[in-house]
Design a protein around this ligand. Sequence first.
Ligand code: ADP
Ligand code: MG
Length: 643
Amino acid sequence: MGLLQIFDPSAKPTPVGIDLGTTNSLVAWVSDGAPTSVLDCDDDPIVPSVVAFLPDGQIIVGKEALAYLYTQPRETIVSVKRYMGRGFDDAETRRERGYQFAPAREGQANVVRFVVHGREVTPVEVSALILKELKRRAEDKLGSIAGAVITVPAYFDDAQRQATKDAARLAGLEVLRLVNEPTAAALAYGIGTNRTTGTYAVYDLGGGTFDITILSLDDGVFQVRSTGGDSQLGGDDMDRAVALHMLALAGQSEPFDQGVWRAAMLEARRVKHELTDKSESAFELELASSAAPKTFAKAITRSELDALILGVVERTGPACKRALKDAGIDGKSLDGVVLVGGSTRVPLVRSFVAKLFQQEPLTDIDPDQVVALGAAVQADILAGTQQHDALVVDVTPLSLGIETMGGIVEKILARNSTIPCARAQQFTTYADGQTGFDIHVLQGERELARDCRSLARFKLDGIKPQTAGAARLLVTFRVDENGMLTVAAKDEATGKEHSVEVKPSYGLTDEDVEKMLLESYEHAEEDLRARQLTERVVEAEQVIAATKKALAKDGDLLDEDERAELDGALAALERAVQARDSEGLRRRTESLDQASVPLAERRMNRAMREAMKGRSVDSVESEVAHARGVDSHVTEHTARREH
Ligand code: ADP
Ligand code: MG
């Protein structure tokens, strides 16, 4: 009789790290101190982030789902990450990618929904399916798992982070923490585990996105100094360039047959991968024709590939330079450049990065796996399996932010930010000639200041009076290992600085946090509407003020009828502000915009004419911008809204 296997009660479940990527996802764990990816039966660590919904209700995830891209592209979802935390009329949602979306419905949360075979699925559900597949793989290998660290892009906002956590919950995964992808990559290289100090660039070129992050590490505290990138740039663009070239060689011209194009794209990718290690690669194209199908065969060399993709690679340059500039550092002075993303295997990308940053990038760790491996290291630290030098000790239990015009909370540090942590955001003035900023520090998940917990108030004054929107105020939130929050505000023009220390968790029990979380779920819809109304009121007030100012200065440019129409539109909008009528505000603001077109145009002409009388181009531009009534908005976001 065989021996019975007895479950070892002391065997602890393993914590894992997950890279939930746009193109590919991976799961990793720490085995005897070494981070390791979980492999499939082909020894491949990569799970393509693709989910195919079949007509019979079957759902296929990963490599096997790729085949359905060609037979049922609408029901095979790729790059679902782009839709996480997005609403119906988000720019990203409106970009044509061949999916069918459900129409917005009254009383339904503002979340995109894919229509697949008559069924509606949200991005959160699709991501949950990918996470489930990763979880299944990990459990097959490791037995039970003890939660996951999941990585997200550094620029992900609260909604996108929340969506990621919701997906994990749906997948039955406990989220130990969300960690920024560049931070995870740095961790995989051991940066930060021994309280190192330094500044690093993380250059991440994936399938369809490019991200550059400058991270600084100060006594174990990671700080994102700047981020940038292009959400529509990556290896797919290289594939396109190569496919076009191959088809041209084969004497094909646009428009291509759909099937021929897709096959050429696949072949182009294969050739591109092969040329990473070889100097030449042969390809074959099936050319469809009404008569007999024929094939075309030829080879492409590495230098031919380089010439084809140079344009794509060079497009990553400006964002890197800007990020360096924003962080106030030059490439040479960085302590390291970490390469992330499958596309950084391409030799041309490596040499380009070396030239751009004037130093050899770090390439020891597989760029496909580096994020997942770093996430595993973080998971391991959090689970306390290893005696790492405590690097990241806790998370912020609730979001921290400041109040902006109209009583809206701008969250600066998201709930569950790993601490110690710090983040800066730029704000600007609301009114012309404003000389002071009231900084109201708040904690909580709700959208309006009155529903959040007030932590501190302070004033930064002595600001040089300027037109609204011209001043630059840099507000930095920093939470140390002990959960102590410091808020600093700096007027970038005068260098004047003010800071206070606040205890974010003061007086808040776990129950409080729980309750606030519950409330924020219950009130999400209501909050959204309140926020929208407030934003519309603020916008309307700005448009009214700008119009009145323009009329006072250049009212003589209008004839009687035009003037009457504009006055009418102005009064109507003022009434809508009084009535706090959200829909009315939207329509009347639009009407006022319309009615002020003649005035704006003539003011612009007048400004131009005046400018011609020998004034500098700069002052012309600002004058013209002003004439258009383009008054800047209340807040201006740096890193976060760049993407
Ligand atoms: P994401 O972070 O968007 O999920 P990845 O980091 O997995 O994406 O990168 C996917 C991209 O990497 C694809 O465009 C793929 O063609 C490219 N890639 C993967 N391996 C190689 C290779 N050996 N040579 C060149 N490009 C590669
Ligand atoms: Mg990635």
